[in-house]
Design a protein around this ligand. Structure first.
Ligand SMILES: Cc1cc2nc3c(=O)[nH]c(=O)nc-3n(C[C@H](O)[C@H](O)[C@H](O)COP(=O)(O)OP(=O)(O)OC[C@H]3O[C@@H](n4cnc5c(N)ncnc54)[C@H](O)[C@@H]3O)c2cc1C
Length: 486
């Protein structure tokens, strides 16, 4: 079936029987749905959660378990990092394409309390800091740099602080699943009902108000009435090939990660109800070339033999810049002193092209313009000898002359190396999660949170790991609270 064949809105006058009802009906039981459910129930609303799979899963279960939080959390304090809401907000403003000042202020000012809430729910966080530059800390350590806080120009716009808080889980994957298990158990204990193996297929509208949903469970169709609101929390659209081709075609050449139910249905239902869409053309995209962190001392060059990004950037920033180079060509150049295979080379197919005695040999083998790489490296090394990088202002810790031959090149080219990612765009929503039209009017009775909504994460360049779980939980809670009192 094409997306366009779906009936996404049902007129309430055609519904002759409501199988069940609650004040707030939530479609999706991932991070956003679970947090919305807890808050709505604790605010006094009756809540029905509807989940398509057999339990709370979603992309949340695949997540490493980073939450981007700051402003002086208990972990930041225990680890000796000075942070405050103003600096956190400055950073988020600087890294957003089109900063939503209200959401950034609320998130930054509410971050410490939100961390405390997660802990009070039972989500475990160690009081520990993982100092290495890595994609995910391999053990249960909590705090890590997960964004571009120390990367120029952001380090000049806001005082850097590490804000990636990983759930205490001993492994690179599993932190998201652990957090979700705890939160979904808590939600299950306080809502009226959780319907699993049940797909929300359409929204029911009465006049201009959303008043319920049509669901299918084991082949049977029925209707669930929402006295106050429906909250869409059904995740992103990375598994919908039609939507990916339409909105974010670069992802057709990527390995899209996430839940098989990331089919964009929540977004399409919200759009059919009148909701606007934001940042639908923006992917989170990555092919990390670190760890080991010493590889950050290498340089990335394009087919012109020129650098194009600060190599110490967060991996989704360097990756999106690489993907957008002419023909997607990008090479990581290292010398003997820092040579190592990228930790994820097998997964990402970042192949070692070869080792070379001289830069001139490497330049010829990579078919770069005559003299280009030699000029790039001569200039880089001259400045690096002084601990400087006037072109991209790499953090001094990652600067060293690349002059200890032999040299090596890894192929990070988009289309050769494997890039993975997920979608970032979603429904336009207020800071309270109300779905908004393109013009900014609310769609009565309809809310959205998590990956089907657009809140903080706007593009791969500014992304910091933890933003998605952070915003899904924080704005999911706000949607739950607001809908319960609407
Ligand atoms: C490998 C990987 C690692 C990641 N690591 C991190 C990380 O460490 N930190 C971070 O911030 N972000 C991370 N992310 C992103 C993050 O996991 C997601 O953005 C976030 O979990 C989305 O939460 P959600 O509640 O909106 O959606 P989901 O967790 O996807 O939940 C949506 C739920 O809705 C259900 N559903 C869908 N459609 C329907 C329907 N029609 N009816 C009923 N139910 C429906 C789904 O089955 C699912 O259970 C990662 C993503 C991936 C893929």
């Amino acid at each position: 079936m094409n997306n366009s064949d779906e009936q996404l809105i049902v007129d309430a006058s055609t519904v002759d029987h409501w199988a069940n009802s609650a004040d707030v009906v939530i479609a999706g039981f991932g991070m956003a749905g679970a947090c919305a459910a807890i808050e709505a129930a604790e605010t006094g609303a009756s809540v029905i959660v509807i989940e398509r799979s057999s339990g709370g899963t979603g992309s949340t279960s695949a997540a490493a378990g980073h939450f981007y939080l700051g402003g002086g959390t208990a972990v930041q304090k225990a680890c000796g990092f000075d942070d405050d809401a103003t600096e956190m907000a400055r950073y988020l403003e600087a890294t957003s394409v089109d900063p939503d000042h209200e959401k950034i202020r609320l998130y930054s000012e509410g971050s410490v309390a939100h961390f405390d809430w997660l802990e009070a729910q039972g989500v475990p966080f160690e009081r520990s800091f993982y100092p290495e530059k890595n994609v995910v800390q391999p053990g249960p350590e909590c705090l890590i740099w997960t964004g571009n806080e120390q990367v120029w120009p952001y380090r000049e716009k806001a005082k850097p602080a590490p804000r990636g808080h990983k759930v205490a889980f001993d492994g690179e994957e599993g932190g998201g699943a652990l957090a979700l298990r705890i939160l979904s158990e808590n939600a299950t204990a306080c809502v009226s009902k959780v319907m699993t193996d049940t797909k929300v297929e359409a929204l029911v509208r009465d006049g201009d108000r959303i008043v319920g949903v049509r669901v299918k469970q084991y082949g049977e169709t029925s209707f669930i009435r929402a006295h106050k609101a429906v909250i869409l929390a059904g995740g992103g659209f990375g598994q919908n090939t039609e939507m990916v081709a339409k909105y974010v075609p670069i992802m057709q050449s990527c390995f899209v990660q996430g839940s098989p139910y990331d089919d964009g249905l929540a977004i399409r239902m919200g759009e059919a109800a009148g909701g606007g869409l934001m940042f639908m053309d923006q992917p989170f995209l990555t092919s990390p070339f670190y760890p080991p962190q010493d590889l950050l001392k290498g340089i990335l060059v394009n087919r012109e033999g020129k650098r194009f990004v600060a190599e110490d950037s967060y991996h989704s920033r360097s990756s999106i810049h690489a993907a957008h180079q002419p023909e997607g060509i990008a090479y990581l150049i290292v010398d003997e002193e820092i040579f190592a295979y990228p930790r994820f080379a097998e997964l990402t197919n970042q192949q070692l092209i070869d080792g070379f005695e001289t830069i001139a040999e490497m330049e010829a083998a990579l078919a770069l313009p005559d003299g280009s790489l030699q000029a790039t490296m001569a200039a880089y090394n001259e400045n690096a000898a002084k601990g400087e990088d006037p072109e991209f202002h790499k953090y001094p810790k990652w600067i060293k002359p690349l002059d200890k031959g032999p040299y090596a090149a890894f192929d990070l080219s988009f289309g050769k190396a494997v890039y993975t990612g997920f979608t970032l765009g979603g429904l336009k929503v207020s800071a309270n999660g109300e779905v908004l039209t393109e013009g900014g009017l609310t769609v009565p009775g309809l809310y959205a949170a998590g990956a089907c909504a657009s809140n903080l994460a706007q593009d791969s360049n500014g992304y910091a790991s933890g933003t998605r779980l952070g915003e899904a939980s924080f704005f999911g809670r706000r949607a739950g609270r607001h809908s319960a009192t609407s």
